[in-house]
Each structure stands twice: as C-alpha cells, then as structure tokens.
Design a protein around this ligand. Structure first.
Ligand code: PLP
Length: 453
C-alpha cells in the first residue's frame, strides 16, 4: 500500500560516509543512544514522540488558547477522549508516565498486587514505587520469539484466576491491560480475550485500567485477524475495546500522533476527584495538566486522524513490508511482526558471540556503521544486573528497528533491509564488545563499549 499522504514539508537528513560513521560510533562508545541525531541517516531508535504531524495538526497549534484555566483546547481534547475512547473524565499529563504516576498513587496501597500482560518499564516502576507487587499474567507464547500466535498480547485467564485465589481480590486494585504489548514486540490483544478478562474481573469487583498508548495499532490487528471484526471500523473497535475498561493511561507520543503529551482517563467520579487533587501537585491545573493549549489541540486532532483506516493500515503495512523482506532473505526476526517495530534476533545473527559479550549491542553498532541506520539494543545490556551484581540473562537478545509514524517511505525501508542483509553475509567475522563505562542503573542509555580484540 502506497503512502496515504503527500509531502508538504521536508527535513534534510545526513548522508554520511563510512569514515564519518566510524568516528561518530567511536565517539558514542558503540552505543546508538549516544549518537548525535545529525550523524544518523535513518533513525529507527524509537517511535515515541518521533511522529510527523499533519498540516491540520500544525494549523491547530496556531489556535492554542493559553489561558491558565478553562482553555478551549482542553474542551476539544475532552471531546475527543469521550467520543473516541468513551471515557467520562480526562486529566492531561506531560506524557504517558505522568498519567501512570497519578493512577498508581490514587489506586495502589502498599502490598497490593497489580497483574499485567507483561510490563512496561515506566508503568511497572510507578506501580512498584507505590508499594505494589507486579505479576506477569500474559500467555506463555509471548515469551517465545518463534510462536506465531496471532494475539501474543492476550492475558492467560488461568494465571489471573490463580493470582486471585492466591492473594484475594481485595488486594488487586486493578488489572493493567496494555493494548498492544510493547515489550512483547508490539503484540496485540484479542477482543474476545479483553471481554473474558472483563467478565472475570467484574465477578471479583476488580477494575481494569488499560494502557491505551498503542490502542489504534491493536484495533487494526483485531480488524485483520479476529473473526467478526472484518467489517467494523477502527473507531468502532477502539470504542468496543475501551467499553471493557474503567479508565486508561495514554502516551500521546505514540498513537496520539504528537511529539509530546498524554492523559489519564477515568469513568469513576471519586477517582477523578482524587486524580485532580494530585495533578495540581505534579503537573498543573486539571484543565491543562502537563500540556500547553496548543499541544492539547494537536493531540485532539491527532487522535481523530489516528482512527483513519488508511493511516493505520499503511503503518502496519510498512512494518510488514520490512519484516517480509528480511524474512525472505533468511534473517532471523521475531514473528509475527508487531505493531511498531521489527526485532532482529541477535543470538542467531551472531551465534559466535556469547551473550555477555553483547551480541545485540554489537549488531546495532554494526548496522549504524554499515548504513547510518540507528536501532536499539533490547537484550542483556537493557536487562541490567541483579542485586548481587550479576547480569540478568534475558531469553531474548534483540535489536529493535522501530518505525516512526508517517516519517519514512518504502525506499528508506529498502535501505534498512539491504543493510541488514549485507551484514548477515559477513556475520561470522564479527566479535563482541566489552564495557569501558557501565552506569549503575538503566545502563543501556549511557554505557560505553569497545570492540574485543
Ligand atoms: C511509551 C510508552 C509508555 C510511557 O509513555 P511516555 O510518554 O514515554 O511517558 C507507556 N506504555 C507504553 C506501552 C509505551 O509504549
């Protein structure tokens, strides 16, 4: 499917030589997070806040009502959330984690359990900061890079039931249900699974709070893969998904099609009251939270645009296109491809490099060197160390190629695919890395490496 938009404004990107990239990579300590944007040709580090806004959104920026209270742009955002997601109340926040902070504080008591379909880094951090114990209740297939289950984000109802039996429903304030599941590779949740989780939760008076960050991608997968939803619109499917939730946290930087912003949405009046008393401490007035009027306008407009069938089908088609190209060339990738990225399996790419010599980190470095394409390590470096100081050895040792929304064309994806395929041909000559500097926490952001001799 060709791009369902045309280009009105362009941003030149750096076309660099291998010699230039060698210097840049050394300067960055073989860590793609430390590369300067101006040294990167195609930037697939993340799809967070890297979206291209439309002319309609840019026009909306000029209509920002920057009143301290009661901005009309807040009304527009509220209308979008009510109409598209179906929740009654909305509290704007500076981004997704701002909403996670408030939700966790108003709902969690120390010693509570919060089950989720895998975890997201910031979501779990806020739950734990408020004294909750996180439990992963995703289906086993999600942890298997070779399973082709169409809904690898689904919750395992038996795991949920077992947790309720073990700790009691009164110690589970809510189930955190992410649609799609980022860390499983952008894998979707089926509507029949959402319904079944809702029924079980209602029987036990447990609330469901969704992570709505990637809800449009999830809806498109439902339309493509779940029986009975082929003829429904994306808007209808999104509404139905959220009809089984009590609220959601949202990062506008993903499916909201903006560069910054987010919100907490709730149905319950009491919870909303509590949220408004906290948002003034951490973000700002309940009618702007962490956002400017113009940013709320851009987000409201982005939410409507994200429901467009052509937009979201093209987005998923781009990811599938890159996945198919790599797969056809025999490159080991995680399957089925998810909603926002392709994951290369670095263990199979460089079987000669032991995991503690950082095969995925090296693969990301080599890909940059080869082509100027920036990707991200998601393996042992990202996993960090345990309390005794030993590396965690995650099952999956991956490199993530994340596709920003409406930014790159198929020709760019061809460059990416060809670079990976070229690297694969010379893979047996490559050795691993060792640390030159290792920070104590979240080491992947700022660690520095050098190649082993
Ligand atoms: C990005 C993301 C978040 C956090 O949102 P921020 O805007 O980065 O704070 C939460 N959940 C998921 C699934 C995400 O992808």
């Amino acid at each position: 499917m060709a791009e369902p938009y045309k280009i009105k404004m362009v941003e030149p990107i750096a076309v660099t030589t291998r010699e230039h990239r060698e210097k840049a990579l050394k300067k960055a300590g073989y860590n793609t997070f430390l590369l300067d944007s101006q040294d990167v040709y195609i930037d697939l580090l993340t799809d967070s806040g890297t979206n291209a806004m439309s002319d309609n959104q840019w026009a909306g920026l000029m209509l920002g009502d920057e009143a301290y209270a009661g901005s009309r742009n807040f009304e527009h955002l509220q209308k979008a959330v009510r109409e598209l997601y179906g929740f009654k109340h909305v509290v704007p926040t500076h981004q997704g984690r701002g909403a996670e902070n408030i939700l966790s504080q108003i709902m969690i008591k120390p010693g509570d359990y919060v089950p989720g379909n895998m975890y997201f880094t910031t979501t779990r951090a806020h739950q734990e900061l408020n004294g909750a114990i996180f439990r992963d209740i995703i289906i086993d297939e999600a942890h298997d890079s070779q399973s082709e289950h169409p809904f690898k984000g689904n919750i395992d109802l038996e795991k949920l039931r077992a947790l309720i039996d073990e700790v009691g429903a009164e110690r589970i304030p809510y189930i955190c249900l992410a649609v799609t599941v980022n860390l499983a590779g952008g894998q979707p949740v089926a509507l029949n699974n959402i319904k079944a989780v809702y029924q079980l939760a209602r029987e036990h008076k447990i609330k469901i709070m969704m992570d709505a960050t990637r809800c449009v991608e999830n809806a498109c997968f439902i339309k493509q893969r779940e029986k009975g939803y082929e003829e429904k619109t994306i808007k209808e499917i999104v509404r139905e998904m959220f009809s089984f939730a009590d609220g959601c946290t949202m990062s506008g930087k993903k499916d909201g099609l903006v560069n910054i912003g987010g919100f907490l949405a709730l149905n319950d009046d009491d919870l909303y009251q509590k949220a408004t008393s906290l948002v003034v401490v951490y973000e700002g007035m309940p009618s702007y939270g962490g956002m400017t009027g113009r940013d709320m306008e851009a987000l409201a407009r982005g939410m409507y645009e994200s429901m467009d069938y052509n937009f979201i089908t093209h987005r998923l088609a781009q990811i599938e296109y890159l996945g198919d190209k790599l797969d056809a060339a025999g490159i080991p990738i995680v399957k089925p491809v998810g909603g926002h990225a392709i994951f290369l399996d670095a263990r199979e790419f460089y079987p000669q490099i032991p995991q503690d010599e950082f095969p995925a980190q090296m693969l990301a470095a080599q890909l940059y060197l080869q082509s100027g394409v920036r990707s991200m390590e998601r393996g042992i470096v990202s996993a960090g160390r345990d309390q005794r100081g030993n590396h965690y050895y995650p099952k999956l040792e991956l490199v993530r190629l994340t596709i920003p929304r409406r930014v790159y064309t198929y020709a760019h994806l061809d460059v990416v695919a060809n670079a990976v395929i070229d690297l694969y041909k010379t893979r047996d000559q490559v050795k691993g890395l060792r640390f030159v500097y290792e920070p104590p926490v979240l080491r992947f952001f700022t660690a520095r490496f050098e190649p082993l001799p």
